[in-house]
Design a protein around this ligand. Structure first.
Ligand code: ACO
Length: 324
């Protein structure tokens, strides 16, 4: 039996902030942002818009692609750090929107690696036989958590939601292995205090130390090593190596990180899916959005070996290997 991804979906905000828009906000330039990160534009929710709407659309698209109804689901897992409430969980709010009741619904908090941590959860459920049909969502709105006066972070992030529907089916296709790791010792490299939100177009006073705090260069080095190593471990656990990989769908944080990881893994960039140019770093949403695009663009074929890997605040990192 294998936990197969049988449907994908995604949704992004309508508001697009280009690098030219960023130049009007902070002392930056299109050239600096593109050279250091690859990012050309990102999507952001406006004041009054709700990430839950994007999660709902992404989930509905994934269910439609799977040919299922929400009532067919047995569990809902949401990877996010952007919940509107301390409780209930974002997953419970999504459950209400989807009009499905009594099945378990809960959130996973592993920042940008949240979707892979979610994969670990659904993979375990599938292996144990506890739940068969599951919805896994990755969604974040880090644009509401950056200090819009801080040029070192505000240019990097965007918002969005992605979803996958999994079904446990006979055969050897589906999730082959998932490896997750954390280093609490490194939490100070990337963090944001809870309790305050502010959309990019919202007036108000932000305390100086508010918003995402990041030690970019240190994080860059840890991320490259961790992403390559954990992908290798996940492949090894499935009895595979980099040469077996058809497509890597990495967390979309920075094009230079993605290229450095591919080089370390000895995989050509033609086997790496990138959309960081258009969306920036959408945290837990980045892998499911990229996966949905790759599927809809016909880049993934039956029995392809797909690697998903991510690294984020915690620090947390992980990788999943899927036989499509
Ligand atoms: N525009 C113009 N100049 C800038 C900007 C900006 N937006 N941001 C920083 N600078 C300046 C700095 O102030 C510095 O100036 P100085 O030399 O006068 O002090 C100079 O540019 C170089 O700054 P560095 O931080 O050393 O630049 P670096 O080449 O390391 O790039 C970056 C910074 C893009 C943040 C990089 O370190 C990075 O991508 N790190 C990983 C961060 C990340 O991806 N975080 C997301 C979560 S973790 C993850 O998902 C993997």
């Amino acid at each position: 039996m294998g936990a197969r991804i049988i449907g994908t979906g995604s949704a992004i905000p309508t508001t697009c902030l280009t690098n030219a828009d960023m130049e009007k906000r902070v002392a930056t330039s299109n050239d600096w942002i593109v050279t250091r990160t690859g990012i050309q534009e990102r999507r952001a929710i406006k004041h009054g818009e709700d990430l839950m709407d994007l999660m709902h659309v992404a989930s509905t698209r994934a269910l439609d692609a799977a040919g299922l109804k929400a009532q067919d689901l047995q569990a809902i897992v949401v990877a996010t750090v952007s919940g509107e409430y301390y409780f209930p969980s974002t997953a419970c709010l999504l459950q209400e929107r989807l009009g499905v009741d009594t099945i378990p619904a809960f959130d996973v908090n592993a920042a940008c690696a949240g979707f892979i941590y979610g994969m670990s959860v659904v993979h375990s459920y599938a292996k144990s036989g506890e739940y068969g049909r599951m919805l896994l969502v990755g969604a974040d709105a880090l644009s509401t958590m950056v200090n819009w006066q801080d040029r070192t972070t505000c240019v990097l992030f965007g918002d969005g939601a992605g979803a996958v529907v999994l079904d446990t089916q006979p055969g050897d296709r589906g999730l082959l292995s998932t490896v997750i790791e954390s280093s609490g010792a490194l939490w100070k490299l990337l963090h944001v205090r809870s309790g305050h939100r502010q959309a990019f177009d919202q007036e108000g006073i932000q305390p100086k130390d508010w918003g995402i705090q990041m030690k970019g260069p240190e994080l860059f080095k840890v991320a490259v090593r961790a992403l390559a190593d954990v992908a290798g471990k996940a492949l090894g656990r499935s009895g595979l190596s980099s040469s077996d990989v058809h497509l890597i769908i990495p967390h979309q944080a920075n094009l230079r990180i993605i290229q450095a990881v591919a080089e370390r893994m000895k995989v050509g960039m033609d086997k790496v899916y990138c959309n960081v140019q258009r969306f920036g770093n959408t945290s837990a949403a980045s892998i499911p959005i990229a996966l949905d695009e790759a599927v809809r663009e016909g880049k993934i074929h039956d029995n392809d070996i797909i690697v998903l890997n991510a690294c984020g605040g915690g620090l947390t990192w992980g990788a999943s290997v899927v036989r499509w």
